[in-house]
Design a protein around this ligand. Structure first.
Ligand SMILES: [Fe+2]
Length: 462
């Protein structure tokens, strides 16, 4: 009985917290929570968190052209040639809904303006208008050097420790932002008695409302995968009973174009459930190939048999192998660190050593240049990998946390023998810039919330 009462009080608190203040839907900001999802040079998906009910008009303008109506909530059809598809996901436990607009027919060189107009329920009040700018990604033939931001671990409780970090990120004007997991922390200790789905929705909505990324005037394409805290179960794996539900939700909150789903690559070789549940991505920016793996849906959790078990799983490795046949330099990302035998926390190498060997062999056999990226560790580091490690001299980057709990003595306690740059005990993001495609040379910098350089690495191609 006491437990029930407590649960009711917590839910009531969350609902009030999420739906109070109809004038501004961000906790302390004007406007709506808006995300630009995965993008190509002609297509994108825009995700808007709206209060349920009410009338909303979404308008789009190209350059200085007058805006045209893209979509009106409550109406099933749209005459706009830009709109390919819409997806609405009601979040009844919070009073919000996610509206995802899949847009095509865009031009790379143009700037676009999105206008969201919500009619006030009270006639005396003016309607709420939110205006954002966005662009598409560079064309595959573009010669402009690629630059992107990598980050992970976004714990709303700690956001005050890195104020304006999202402004610093977007001020770097990256082509894209890659989020490598723990983009939402679902299982807060204070919510341990709350029903899972209520907690999941509330935490996702709350994070969307209290993260400055979603309130930037100029949008940046976001490519996101998950780790355990946004998957929904601490250190969780393939047995997690809510994984079909959490995958559907994650893919609505971090929408992706169909062509960017890694598991859509080879439908005949994968079963339907896997296709539905995996959040793994594949996409190109310019000439560079990105594959972001799903380290949760197929994972054998730690235990007696896990050492010979799955981290990414057989099917996903097969898809990676297939992907690595594509010409170009490859970035491979996953939620956990790849080479992590030097510490006790989760990593590919330590948790699933047999499959890790298979992964290394796939890289070696591909004869492609690769660059590895992971999150999760609440520290940032750059490791030099040798020919012995992976068949080529290359780098592994760990980018974490944007803001979350910090550990003071990480490097002292768990020295990383391959590390060449790194910082612990500091909120950060990492800016990766390509110096040359041919030699795969990079400038890589970890930056703090004021754009101060925490560490910097530069490899000029010979
Ligand atoms: Fe984390």
């Amino acid at each position: 009985m006491r437990r029930q009462l407590r649960e009711t009080l917590v839910i009531f608190y969350l609902l009030v917290m999420c739906s109070s203040g109809l004038a501004a839907y961000g906790e302390d900001r004007e406007g709506f929570s808006i995300l630009q999802g995965t993008t190509t040079s002609t297509e994108t998906v825009l995700s808007i968190l709206l209060p349920q009910g009410g009338k909303n008009k979404i308008l789009l303008s190209e350059g200085t052209n007058p805006p045209q109506l893209l979509f009106e909530t409550g109406k099933s059809t749209s005459t706009s040639a830009y709109l390919l598809e819409t997806q609405t996901l009601p979040l009844n436990r919070t009073g919000f809904e996610i509206l995802n607009l899949y847009i095509h027919g865009l031009k790379r060189q143009k700037k676009y303006t999105l206008k969201v107009q919500r009619e006030s329920i009270k006639k005396s009040k003016n309607s709420l208008i939110d205006i954002r700018e966005f662009q598409t990604l560079r064309e595959p033939t573009s010669k402009k050097p690629l630059r992107f931001v990598v980050g992970s671990c976004i714990h709303t409780k700690y956001r005050g420790r890195a104020p304006k970090i999202w402004n610093s990120i977007t001020s770097q004007n990256p082509d894209a932002i890659l989020l490598l997991g723990d983009n939402v922390y679902v299982n807060l200790p204070s919510l341990r008695f709350v029903n899972f789905k209520k907690k999941f929705e509330s935490r996702y909505v709350h994070t969307r409302l209290s993260t400055d990324l979603y309130f930037q005037k100029k949008l940046t394409p976001v490519f996101a995968i998950w780790d355990d805290n946004d998957y929904g179960e601490k250190d969780g794996g393939k047995e997690f009973k809510h994984k079909a539900y959490t995958s559907k939700m994650f893919q609505a909150f971090f929408p992706r174009l169909k062509k960017h789903r890694l598991f859509s690559m080879s439908k005949s070789k994968t079963n339907q459930n896997m296709t539905l549940e995996s959040v793994a991505l594949k996409f190109d920016i310019g000439k560079s190939k990105f594959t972001m793996l799903d380290n949760r849906s197929f994972r054998d959790v730690r235990g007696k048999s896990a050492k010979s078990g799955a981290h990414h799983g057989k099917t996903q490795l097969m898809l990676l192998k297939h992907r690595l046949q594509e010409k170009g330099n490859h970035y491979i990302a996953s939620g956990n660190e790849f080479f992590g035998a030097h510490h006790k926390f989760e990593s590919y190498e330590k948790d699933h050593p047999e499959e890790f060997k298979e992964f290394i062999q796939i890289i070696k056999n591909s004869r492609k240049k690769v660059f590895l990226m992971g999150g999760d560790r609440h520290l940032s580091s750059l490791s030099q990998l040798s020919k012995e490690d992976i068949g080529q001299e290359t780098l592994e980057l760990v980018a974490s946390p944007i803001y979350s709990r910090l550990h003071k003595k990480s490097f002292k306690k768990y020295p990383n023998p391959r590390m060449i740059e790194g910082i612990s005990n500091k909120e950060n993001f990492v800016l990766v810039e390509e110096l040359s495609q041919q030699e795969f040379g990079h400038q890589i910098q970890a930056l703090d919330h004021k754009n101060n350089v925490l560490w910097k690495y530069r490899k000029t191609p010979k």
